[in-house]
Design a protein around this ligand. Structure first.
Ligand SMILES: Cc1cc2nc3c(=O)[nH]c(=O)nc-3n(C[C@H](O)[C@H](O)[C@H](O)COP(=O)(O)OP(=O)(O)OC[C@H]3O[C@@H](n4cnc5c(N)ncnc54)[C@H](O)[C@@H]3O)c2cc1C
Ligand code: FES
Length: 258
C-alpha cells in the first residue's frame, strides 16, 4: 500500500506550530472530521513509531488535506523541517470521527491547545444551522487559525490563559455562560483531559449529549499494541478501550476520567 504523499504547502503559523497541506485523493475523499493520520517521522532511534495527528481540514475537490502540528519532541521537530515538494509517509485516515446528526441543529465545539485542530473540519462538515466554537490558547502569540474558524461557524469565542487576547479564563466558563443564554443540542470537546472532564460534567448538568476526542499517546495506531488504552464504562463495570481503533472520538458519558 502506498503511504507516501506529496506536501504541496508547508507554512509556519507561529514559533512552534506549522501546517502541512498534503496531496492525497484517497485520504481527502475518505477522511471524516475527527479522524487521524499516523505519520512516520524518520528512521532514527526514538522516532521509529509513527506519530498520530488529527486531520484539521480537507479540500475534497483539490484532493488535499491540512494537518497542523505543534513541535513537542524529536518526531514533530523532524516534521517541522518538511518543505513543499517533499514526500511524507502517512497512514490514514484512521479511527472513529465525530457524529454529524442533522437532528442536532445547535452545536457548540470546545477546544484547547492542540485539541482545536480536529474541530475545524467538524464545523465545516456538520449540518447544524447554529454552530458555535470556543477555543482556548495559552496567550495571544499562540492564537492561530482564527479566520478559518470564523468562516466555519456562526460565532467564535476565544479565551487566553493570561487574558492577552479576547476573554481571560477557561473555555468551560464561556461554555456555561453560553448555555445559560441559549441551549444546544450537542457539544463536542477536544483538548486537555481536565477541560474535557469538566465539559462532560457540564453536558450532564444541562442534559446535552456530547462527544470527546481523546489525545492519548499511541504506539502502533492500528489496534495492535495497547499503548493507547483509556478507561471506559460498560454496562455495570469498566474496561480498557483502544483509542486508536474505537476512538479517538467517544461519547462523553463512556469515558472514565481518573
Ligand atoms: C488522537 C491524537 C490526535 C493528535 N492530534 C494532534 C494534532 O493535530 N496536532 C499536534 O500537534 N499534535 C497532535 N497530537 C499529539 C502528537 O501526536 C504528539 O505531540 C506527538 O506524537 C509528539 O511526538 P514527538 O516525537 O514530537 O514528541 P515525543 O518525544 O514523543 O514527546 C514529547 C512530549 O510530548 C508529549 N506528548 C507526546 N504525545 C502526546 C499526546 N498524545 N498528548 C499530549 N502530549 C503528548 C510527551 O509527553 C512529551 O512530553 C495528537 C495525538 C493524538 C493521540
Ligand atoms: S496505538 Fe497501538 S493499540 Fe492503539
Amino acid at each position: 500500500m502506498n503511504t507516501k504523499y506529496k506536501i504541496v504547502k508547508a507554512e509556519h503559523l507561529n514559533s512552534d506550530t506549522f501546517m502541512l497541506t498534503v496531496e492525497s485523493e484517497i485520504i481527502s475523499k475518505r477522511a471524516r472530521s475527527g479522524q487521524i493520520v499516523n505519520i512516520k517521522c524518520g528512521d532514527e532511534g526514538g522516532v521509529l513509531l509513527r506519530r498520530p495527528i488529527s486531520i484539521c481540514s480537507v479540500d475534497r475537490d483539490k484532493g488535499t488535506f491540512d494537518i497542523v502540528i505543534q513541535i513537542r519532541g524529536k518526531g514533530t521537530k523532524i516534521l517541522s523541517k518538511y518543505k513543499a515538494g517533499d514526500e511524507i509517509d502517512i497512514m490514514g485516515p484512521l479511527g472513529q470521527g465525530f457524529s454529524l446528526y442533522p437532528k442536532h441543529k445547535k452545536i457548540i465545539a470546545v477546544g484547547g491547545g492542540i485539541g482545536i485542530f480536529p474541530l475545524l473540519q467538524l464545523l465545516k462538515d456538520h449540518p447544524a444551522e447554529n454552530k458555535k466554537v470556543i477555543l482556548g490558547f495559552r496567550n495571544k502569540s499562540c492564537v492561530i487559525l482564527e479566520e478559518e474558524f470564523k468562516q466555519a461557524c456562526n460565532k467564535l469565542f476565544i479565551s487566553t490563559d493570561d487574558g492577552s487576547y479576547c476573554d481571560k479564563g477557561l473555555v468551560t466558563d464561556i461554555l456555561r455562560k453560553e448555555l445559560d443564554k441559549e441551549p444546544a443540542d450537542m457539544l463536542f470537546f477536544c483538548g486537555p483531559l481536565a477541560m474535557m472532564k469538566v465539559g462532560v460534567e457540564i453536558a450532564k448538568e444541562y442534559n446535552i449529549p456530547c462527544e470527546v476526542s481523546m489525545e492519548q499517546r499511541m504506539g502502533c495506531g492500528i489496534g495492535a499494541c495497547l499503548v493507547c488504552v483509556c478507561k471506559t464504562k460498560n454496562t455495570d463495570d469498566w474496561e480498557y478501550t483502544q483509542v486508536c481503533k474505537k476512538g479517538p472520538v467517544f461519547s462523553g458519558d463512556k469515558i472514565i476520567f481518573d
